[in-house]
Design a protein around this ligand. Structure first.
Ligand SMILES: Cc1cc2nc3c(=O)[nH]c(=O)nc-3n(C[C@H](O)[C@H](O)[C@H](O)COP(=O)(O)OP(=O)(O)OC[C@H]3O[C@@H](n4cnc5c(N)ncnc54)[C@H](O)[C@@H]3O)c2cc1C
Length: 506
C-alpha cells in the first residue's frame, strides 16, 4: 500500500442488486465503500429476472417458510421505500384439477396471505371465468386471484447505486477486479482493477472484501483471490423469458401450472408486451452472453398455448432474455427445487480482515441480505450505526409510503407537453429525480434530440452524467427498456451520440 492510496473499509466486487444494496447500506452507516462492476450495473443476473418482488408462492411446496415469510415482509418494505419502482400486480391462477387440487391451492394462498403480519395487498379469492370473454381456453372455467408485486429490476439496482453514491460510496463501472491479494505487511487487501474501456489498470486497498459477483462468484474466488476451493459449491441454473406482443390479455399477470410441477408466469410488460417465463436448467456454458435455447423456447410457448385461446408460434417472439441464478448448492436433483435463499460465507485473516462471499438470494431479499452482511461486519466496527434501510426511501421518493400519484403529478407538472405514457415512464423510472432533467423545459424542443419513442437528449445526458451509462445498450436495455421500441436506425443514432458524449465527458 502506498502513501497516496485511499484505504476503503469495504471493496465490493459486483454491481448487481446484492453488491449495490450492500454498498448503499454500508455507506449509509458511515463505512468507506468502493464498488467495482466489470460491465454495466445490473448487466448480470439482476436485469434478467422475472422482475417480481414476491414471497414466491411455489416455494411453499418446498417448505421454504423462512424465505417466503421474509420475502413477503420485504414486499411491504419495498412498496413503502420505492412506490415508483415496486407496484402491486394482480395474478390470475387458472385451476387445472389434474395438476393440483383446489383445496391445496386454497390452503397455499391462505398461508401466503397470512404468513406475514403486515400485508397491505388484497387477499386471494376464487374466481370463475366467463367462457365467452375469457382469454383462457374453454376448459378453464375456474381459478384464483391473488396479489404480488412487480419491479423494474435493473432500475432498482441503479437506484441503490445512486443511494450508495449519495452516502459517499465510490462506484466504478466497466472496472474488473482481476486480482485480490492480502498484503501481510500492511494488513489490507489489495485489489487490482482493469478499466475495460481504457484498458488502464489501477489498485485500491480495503480492510474487507465482499464478493458479490453473482454467477462469477466462485470463478473470481478461485482465479483472483485464492488458489483454494471456494467455501461453497455454486449451482448455475439458467432461466429464460420470451417477450411477445400483448393481445387482449389485460392487466392481470397469470401464473400457469405445468405437468412437470413447475409454474410459468405471463406478465404484462411496458403496456404493449408480455413476458413469459421462466425455465430452470442446469447451466455449464460461458457466463457472458447467455442465450435462450430452442427447447426452452418450445417449453414456454407450449405452456402458454395449453392455457390461452390465442396460440403462439416462434414468429410471435419479439425478444427474449436469459440469466443464471447463482444458487448455493444444496445437492438437490431438481434445478427448480434448489433453495433460492441466500447464504453468506465469511472467512477472515487472523480474525481481522474479512472476505465475505454471497451465494444465492433474490432481488426481493437484497435489502435483508445487505443487513445480514453488515451484521457480519459489526464485530470489526463496534460503534457502527444500526440498520436504516427499511425506513429510508430510495432516491426519487420524498418520504416513506409517498403515494405514487404524488410523484406522478409532480413529474407531470414539469412536462405537461408530453404524452401520458412518457410522463408515466419518467415517474416510474426516476421518481422525483426526473425533475432534474425536466426542469425549465417548456416544450419538447427544450429536451433536445428525440432519439425515438420519446427518448430525449435531456434524459440521455442525465443517464450519462448521473447514472453511469456508457453505451447505447446501457440506456436501451437497463436504464430504460426502450430497446424494444427504437428501430435499428434510431439505435445507431443513439449509439453515435452516447459515444461522443462519453468522450467529451472524459
Ligand atoms: C431467470 C431468473 C428469474 C428470476 N426472477 C426473480 C424474481 O422474479 N424475483 C426475485 O426476487 N429474484 C429473481 N431472480 C433472482 C435474482 O435475479 C438474483 O438472485 C439476483 O439478481 C442476483 O444478484 P447478484 O447481485 O448476486 O448477481 P448479479 O446481478 O449477477 O451481479 C453480479 C455482478 O458481478 C459482476 N462481476 C463479476 N465478476 C466481476 C469482477 N471480477 N469484477 C467486477 N465485477 C464483476 C457481474 O458483471 C455482475 O454484474 C431470478 C433469477 C433468474 C436467473
Amino acid at each position: 500500500m502506498t502513501k497516496n492510496q485511499t484505504l476503503y473499509d469495504l471493496a465490493i466486487i459486483g454491481g448487481g442488486i446484492n453488491g449495490c444494496g450492500i454498498a448503499a447500506d454500508a455507506a449509509g452507516r458511515g463505512l468507506k465503500v468502493y464498488l467495482c462492476e466489470k460491465n454495466d450495473l445490473a448487466s448480470g443476473t439482476s436485469s434478467m429476472s422475472s422482475k417480481l418482488i414476491h414471497g414466491g408462492l411455489r416455494y411453499l411446496e418446498h417448505y421454504e417458510f423462512r424465505l417466503v415469510k421474509e420475502s413477503l415482509a420485504e414486499r411491504e418494505v419495498m412498496l413503502a421505500k420505492a412506490p415508483h419502482l415496486v407496484t402491486p400486480l394482480k395474478f390470475t391462477l387458472p385451476h387445472r384439477p389434474h395438476l393440483r387440487p383446489a383445496w391445496m391451492i386454497r390452503a397455499g394462498l391462505f398461508l401466503y396471505d397470512n404468513l406475514t403480519r403486515r400485508n397491505s395487498l388484497p387477499k386471494a379469492k376464487s374466481i370463475e371465468f366467463n367462457v365467452k370473454t375469457s382469454v383462457l381456453t374453454d376448459e378453464i372455467t375456474k381459478g384464483f386471484e391473488y396479489f404480488d408485486c412487480w419491479t423494474d429490476d435493473a432500475r432498482l439496482v441503479v437506484s441503490n447505486a445512486v443511494q450508495a453514491r449519495d452516502k459517499g460510496a465510490h462506484i466504478h463501472v466497466y472496472t474488473e477486479a482481476t486480482s485480490i491479494q492480502f498484503d501481510q505487511q500492511d494488513k489490507v487487501w489489495i485489489v487490482e482493477l482493469r478499466h475495460k474501456l481504457t484498458q488502464k489498470t489501477t489498485q485500491i486497498c480495503a480492510r474487507h472484501i465482499i464478493n458479490a459477483a453473482g454467477p462469477w462468484l466462485n470463478q473470481l474466488y478461485e482465479a483472483a483471490i485464492s488458489e483454494q476451493k471456494a467455501p461453497r459449491n455454486i449451482r448455475l441454473i439458467k432461466g429464460s423469458h420470451l417477450i411477445i406482443k400483448r393481445d387482449g390479455e389485460g392487466d392481470s399477470a397469470f401464473i400457469l401450472q405445468n405437468k412437470d410441477k413447475r409454474i410459468v408466469f405471463v406478465l404484462p410488460y411496458l403496456n404493449d408486451f408480455l413476458i413469459i417465463g421462466t425455465t430452470d436448467k442446469e447451466y455449464q456454458g460461458k457466463l457472458d452472453n447467455i442465450q435462450i435455447d430452442e427447447q426452452e423456447q418450445d417449453y414456454l410457448l407450449d405452456i402458454y398455448n395449453q392455457h390461452f385461446k390465442r396460440q403462439l408460434s416462434s414468429s410471435d417472439i419479439v425478444s427474449s432474455y436469459s440469466g443464471v441464478r447463482p444458487l448455493c448448492d444444496d445437492e438437490s436433483n431438481d434445478p427448480s427445487a434448489i433453495t433460492r435463499d441466500y447464504t453468506i460465507e465469511m472467512q477472515t485473516i487472523d480474525g481481522k480482515n474479512a472476505l465475505i462471499s454471497i451465494y444465492g438470494g433474490k432481488i426481493t431479499t437484497y435489502r435483508k441480505l445487505g443487513e445480514a452482511v453488515l451484521k457480519h461486519l459489526h464485530p470489526f466496527y463496534p460503534s457502527l450505526r444500526g440498520p436504516w434501510t427499511a425506513t429510508q426511501p430510495l432516491p426519487g421518493v420524498k418520504q416513506l409510503n409517498e403515494p405514487f400519484e404524488n410523484i406522478l403529478s409532480a413529474v407531470a407538472a414539469r412536462c405537461s407537453f408530453l404524452n401520458d405514457a412518457t410522463v408515466n415512464r419518467y415517474a416510474r423510472s426516476y421518481g422525483h429525480l426526473a425533475e432534474l432533467f425536466l426542469k425549465g423545459a417548456i416544450n419538447t424542443k427544450a429536451l433536445g434530440i428525440n432519439f425515438g419513442a420519446d427518448l430525449y437528449q435531456a434524459e440521455v445526458d442525465y443517464l450519462i452524467r448521473f447514472e453511469w451509462a456508457f453505451s447505447a445498450d446501457d440506456i436501451l436495455w437497463r436504464r430504460t427498456k426502450l430497446g424494444l421500441k427504437l428501430n435499428a436506425e434510431e439505435q445507431k443514432n443513439l449509439d453515435k451520440y452516447v459515444k461522443s458524449a462519453v468522450m467529451n465527458m472524459n
